[in-house]
Design a protein around this ligand. Structure first.
Ligand SMILES: NC(=O)c1ccc[n+]([C@@H]2O[C@H](COP(=O)([O-])OP(=O)(O)OC[C@H]3O[C@@H](n4cnc5c(N)ncnc54)[C@H](OP(=O)(O)O)[C@@H]3O)[C@@H](O)[C@H]2O)c1
Length: 457
C-alpha cells in the first residue's frame, strides 16, 4: 500500500468507518463486525470515526447488539471542517469507508486527505457532480500518491455496474448486445422509507445540475465505445413493460452515468486497469474477464406494479425538480421531507422492521443480435433478448452496507491486483475481482431469467 513519505509507521487500522454514527454508518458498522477477525477475513483491526465520540460509542453498541461491542475497536475523533484531523485519521489506516453525506457538502475534505496521505477511499455516494469533480481535481494526484478513490460503492451503483457486466457476459460469440435497460423495483410488505440524508443528497443534486453541466463542458470528451447496431429508439416517457408486469419511468440516479464512465475507461483500456502489483495469473484473469464484456447502450428505470405507484414517484420527482431549483423551495423540501416525498423519506429514517421487510429486484432486459453481421445491416432490428436479474435486501441500509463492506474486504485482500492509485468508478476496478461471488455469498444474487429470439418483421 503506497503511503506518503512522511509516514514511517504502518497504519494501525485496516479500515476506518467515517460517519459511523450516521443512519447508514451504523448499519455499515454492523455489517463490518461480521467480518472482524472472522476466519480468512482480511479485516483484523477496525476503528470508527466522526465528530462526536459519545454518539460513535452508541452506534457501536447498537451495531453489536445483542452482544457486547468487541474489544479493540477504536473510536477516533475527526471533523470534516478540520483538515488536520482528517489527515491524522488517514495516516492511521489503510482504508476509509466514508459514510458522511451529502457528499457534495462533506465529501471533498475526506478525498483530499486520503489522496494527500496515500490512503484508500471508498464511499456510498450517488451524486454524479461530486464524483466527476473529485475525478477532475484529484485523479492525477491520487495516481501519484497511490490512493485508490472509488465512489458509488453502495446500492448506487454496484448492482447496476455488476448487473450490466453480468448481462453483457451472457452474450456468447457470435451474438452481440446492443442495449440493456434495467428496471428497478422495490418491494416490501411494510412501508418503504429512506432516511433524510439520501433525500437531502437528491435535493442538492437538483440544485447543482448546472454545475455538473459546466464541469462536463470544461472536461475533455470521454471516449465512447463502439456498439454494434443502431442506437435504441427513445421510447415513451411512461412505459408499460408488459413482459415484466411493470409501469416504468426513467430513474435519474447516478447508475447510467457510472456505467458509461466504466465503459469509457474500458474503451481506452480494452484489457481493464492493471493492478499495481498484479502477478501473471491475475493479469490473465483480468484480460479474460474484460474480453467477455461487451459495451451496450444502458438506461435505468424505476418500475411499479401499479400505475398509481408510478404516478406517486413522478409526483415526488416533480416536487424535487421544481422546488429544488430555488433556495426557498429547497428550504421547504428539507423542512418537510415526509410531505414532499409522499412518506418515502423521514427525518428519523425507517424503523428496523421496515428495513428488514424491504427488498429490491433489478431486471436487466438486454436486446442484441444473434450475429455481429446482422447488426451491420442498416436499421437492423435486434433478434435476441437476454434477461438477467440482481436481487437483494433493502437498498439503503442492508444492501449498501453489504456492498461497501465487501468492496472494502476485496481492497484489503487483493490490493496489489487493483490499480495503484486514481479515482475510478467501481465497475472498472472491481469487475475482474471476485466481488460478484462475494455479493452472492452475502445475499445479493445475480441470475439469468431467460434467453429468447425476438420476432423480426
Ligand atoms: N449509495 C447508496 O445507495 C446510499 C445508501 C444510503 C445512504 N447513502 C448516502 O449516504 C449519505 C449519508 O446518509 P445518512 O442517511 O446516513 O445520513 P446521516 O444519518 O445524516 O449521517 C451523516 C453522518 O455524517 C456525519 N457528519 C456530518 N457532518 C460532519 C462533520 N462536520 N464531521 C464529521 N462527520 C460529520 C454525521 O455525524 P453526527 O452523527 O455527528 O451528526 C453522521 O455520522 C448520504 O449522502 C446518502 O445519500 C447512499
Amino acid at each position: 500500500m503506497a503511503r506518503s513519505q512522511c509516514q514511517d509507521l504502518p497504519p494501525a487500522f485496516d479500515m476506518v468507518i467515517l460517519g459511523a454514527s450516521g443512519f447508514t454508518g451504523k448499519y455499515v458498522v454492523r455489517e463490518a463486525l461480521k467480518f472482524l477477525n472472522a476466519p480468512s477475513s482480511p479485516l483484523s483491526s477496525l476503528a470508527l470515526a466522526g465528530r462526536r465520540p459519545a454518539k460513535l460509542t452508541r452506534a457501536l453498541q447498537w451495531a453489536a447488539y445483542p452482544g457486547p461491542p468487541p474489544s479493540g475497536i477504536a473510536i477516533l475523533t475527526a471533523d470534516i471542517t478540520d483538515p488536520e484531523s482528517l489527515r491524522r485519521l488517514c495516516s492511521q489506516t489503510k482504508l476509509i469507508l466514508d459514510c458522511v453525506g451529502p457528499f457534495r457538502l462533506y465529501g471533498e475534505p475526506v478525498v483530499a486527505a486520503c489522496v494527500e496521505t496515500g490512503c484508500d477511499y471508498l464511499d456510498i455516494c450517488g451524486e454524479p457532480e461530486f464524483m466527476e469533480r473529485m475525478e477532475a481535481k484529484y485523479h492525477e494526484k491520487a495516481v501519484e500518491t497511490g490512493s485508490l478513490v472509488i465512489s458509488a460503492c453502495g446500492f448506487d451503483s454496484i448492482p447496476a455496474e455488476l448487473g450490466f457486466t453480468f448481462n453483457s457476459r451472457q452474450w456468447a460469440e457470435p451474438a452481440v448486445v446492443n442495449r440493456v435497460e434495467a428496471y428497478l423495483s422495490l418491494e416490501s410488505n411494510k412501508r418503504i422509507v429512506g432516511n433524510f440524508g439520501t433525500f437531502e443528497s437528491a435535493v442538492l443534486g437538483v440544485a447543482n445540475v448546472d454545475k455538473l453541466q459546466e464541469l462536463r463542458r470544461s472536461r475533455p470528451r470521454r471516449s465512447r465505445p463502439t456498439i454494434p447496431g443502431p442506437p435504441p429508439p427513445k421510447g415513451p416517457t411512461i412505459e408499460n413493460q408488459k413482459k415484466v408486469g411493470l409501469w416504468a419511468v426513467k430513474l435519474p440516479s447516478a447508475d447510467s452515468v457510472i456505467v458509461r464512465r466504466t465503459l469509457s475507461i474500458l474503451t481506452d483500456n480494452p484489457h481493464g486497469l492493471p493492478g499495481g502489483e498484479e502477478g501473471p495469473q491475475q493479469c490473465e484473469k483480468r484480460r479474460a474477464f474484460w474480453s467477455t464484456v461487451k459495451p451496450a447502450h444502458f438506461g435505468m428505470k424505476i418500475g411499479f406494479k401499479s400505475l398509481l405507484g408510478l404516478l406517486r414517484v413522478i409526483t415526488v420527482g416533480i416536487f424535487i425538480d421544481v422546488l429544488g431549483r430555488t433556495a426557498t423551495g429547497r428550504r421547504l423540501l428539507l423542512k418537510f421531507p415526509s410531505f414532499f416525498s409522499l412518506g418515502w423519506f423521514k427525518k428519523q429514517g425507517p424503523a428496523e422492521e421496515e428495513v428488514r421487510s424491504a427488498s429490491f429486484q433489478m431486471l436487466f432486459i438486454a436486446q442484441g443480435y444473434s450475429n455481429a453481421e446482422v447488426a451491420m445491416a442498416r436499421n437492423a432490428k435486434p433478434d435476441t433478448e437476454i434477461v438477467t436479474r440482481v436481487t437483494g435486501p433493502e437498498i439503503g441500509y442492508l444492501s449498501t452496507p453489504i456492498i461497501l463492506v465487501q468492496c472494502g474486504l476485496i481492497l484489503l485482500r487483493q490490493r496489489g491486483d487493483l490499480p495503484k492509485g486514481g479515482t475510478f468508478p467501481p465497475g472498472i476496478v472491481f469487475g475482474p475481482t471476485d466481488l460478484e461471488e462475494q455479493l452472492q455469498k452475502n445475499g445479493i444474487l445475480f441470475d439469468v431469467i431467460s434467453r429468447s429470439s425476438l420476432p423480426v418483421e
